[in-house]
Design a binder for this molecule. Structure first.
Ligand code: TLP
Length: 348
């Protein structure tokens, strides 16, 4: 059975054009800085994000970790939202590997942080306190529904952090979804932050890889940290080649995924027992919750859906995240809707 896989946009397979580019990529040893395809990807990425330099990294998680380690020393404190991917889903890497102290403040439903909470979290100079060193923002904000965060908020939060001497890192795993959503360039959205990680292997469909961007000096430090983390790769132009296709061909089409999410959400909202979460859909994500009266929880409904060839992402006892991506096509949308209808109806 071939599945319609809505669990994440991380499940995307490379396109034919990517596979061809991978097969034909010019290669060298990237630890020596001699892979021409990696060098090309890094220079395209730096240009697209409006930063001085860029570094190809195996994953978004390692990109965020390398960034935090390049900004902070042991015992320093990082301020971020309590729904931040780095806080929730990166296996506590910044503490385990960097001795870095996370200080969370409440994420608002729209993915932002309150400016007064950021200000209040920044430590005064006092030997009892850790040193506040970094603010992490996220755009689009995954756990807050895939919502895209405005340039105005990013600029204001960055200004507050900078004034207090903190740097700002943006987890921009899906920054191009935010850019397409808002009609801004990615460079505009990240103008005020010091560093940004974005992923090639989510909606952009490359099989592997993320890119960390920042100043020359920052990327120089991150380069050594990537090596320490075991992320120095050799003839990795085979992967960078797909990343170049991702940046050149796959960005503008993300709006199709956003449109699919809108249509999917509209259809699902009409099924008794399914409620769209407040504010959903956003960009390529639909978050829905089940009425307890359906008699299902997420696990039992997911099992029924799977029997019909639909894979749904479980995010809570009765909550699902459904993510649209390149491999979810127009013709899949009515099938998904009918499958939900049939699965829920099977109890009554
Ligand atoms: N997110 C994954 C899961 O880890 C939850 C997903 O399916 O959405 N930042 C953000 C905002 C992310 O959503 C993710 C992946 C990452 C970083 C980490 O990227 P990878 O998986 O490449 O380490």
């Amino acid at each position: 059975m071939t599945f319609i896989d809505l669990r994440s946009d991380t499940v995307t397979l490379p396109t034919e054009k990517m596979r061809k580019a991978m097969a034909e990529a010019e290669l060298g040893d990237d630890v020596y800085g001699e892979d021409p395809t990696v060098n090309r990807l890094q220079s395209i990425a730096a240009e697209r994000l409006g930063k001085e330099a860029a570094l190809f990294i195996p994953s978004g998680t390692m990109g965020n970790l390398a960034a935090v380690l390049a900004h902070c020393g042991r015992g320093d404190e990082v301020i971020m939202g309590d729904y931040a991917h780095t806080f929730l889903y990166e296996a506590g890497g910044i503490s385990a590997l960097g001795g870095i102290h996370p200080h969370t403040i409440p994420n608002q439903k729209d993915g932002t942080l309150l400016i007064e909470d950021i200000n209040a979290a920044i430590r005064a100079e006092n030997e009892h306190f850790p040193v506040s060193r970094l603010l992490i923002l996220e755009n689009t904000h995954n756990r807050c529904g895939g919502v895209s965060i405005s340039k105005e908020f990013t600029d204001e939060a960055s200004e507050v952090a900078h004034q207090a001497g903190l740097s700002v890192h943006l987890d921009g795993a899906r920054i191009f979804n935010a850019a397409v959503d808002q009609g801004h360039t990615a460079a505009q959205l990240v103008e005020s932050v010091d560093s940004v990680t974005f992923c090639l292997s989510k909606g952009l469909c490359a099989p592997v890889g993320s890119v960390l961007c920042g100043t020359e000096d920052f990327i120089h430090r991150a380069h050594r940290i990537r090596k320490q983390l075991g992320g120095g790769m050799r003839q990795v132009g085979v992967l960078a080649a797909a990343g170049i296709v991702a940046l050149e061909e796959m960005v503008d089409r993300l709006k199709e995924d956003h449109e699919h999410a809108r249509v999917l959400a509209e259809g699902l909202a009409q099924i008794p027992g399914i409620n769209l979460d407040k504010g959903s859909p956003n960009t390529n994500m639909v978050y829905i919750s089940l009425d307890p009266a359906t008699g299902f929880n997420s696990a039992s409904l997911a099992a029924r859906l799977k029997e019909q060839g639909i894979l749904a992402g479980i995010t809570g006892t009765r909550q699902f995240r459904l993510v649209c991506h390149y491999w979810i096509k127009d013709e899949h949308l009515p099938i998904i809707r009918k499958s939900f209808e049939k699965a829920i109806g099977s109890k009554s």
